[in-house]
Structures are given as C-alpha cells and as structure tokens.
Ligand binder design. Structure first.
Ligand SMILES: [Zn+2]
Length: 70
C-alpha cells in the first residue's frame, strides 16, 4: 500500500483517518471547538471572581470602613 507523502494519520487518539493536516477534518473541528470552549471558560472563570472581588471591596470602602465586621 503506497500513500501520498503528504498524507499521515490523524493525530487524534484512536483515529486512523489519513489527512494533510494534524487532524482529519472531523477531529480538526472537534479539537478547535474544544480549545475555543476551554479558552472562553478559562477567561470567564478568571475574570468574574476578580471583578466581583473588586466591586465588593469598592463597596465596602464606600460604606463605613469601621463597621464592616458588624
Ligand atoms: Zn481523526
């Protein structure tokens, strides 16, 4: 069996589809979607608590600082 020199197996574990890029079309889309959702999730996870913390801190300072523990 002779293969085109440019073709190689999909890098996705368990997939033996031959492709010109790292992954076959199916897994290229899958991996891209996973990376996108991962990045979106990471950004929102890091961003939201920080923003909430700053807002809480600002609100506490805006009100009476001496009675913050009550
Ligand atoms: Zn694949």
């Amino acid at each position: 069996m002779v293969l085109m020199p440019m073709l190689h197996g999909c890098a996705f574990p368990g997939c033996s589809t031959f492709t010109l890029s790292t992954y076959c079309v199916e897994h290229e889309l899958l991996v891209r979607a996973l990376k996108e959702s991962e990045r979106t999730h990471t950004i929102s996870a890091l961003d939201e608590p920080l923003t909430a913390e700053l807002e809480t801190r600002g609100a506490n300072m805006a009100t009476e600082p001496g009675t913050a523990l009550i």
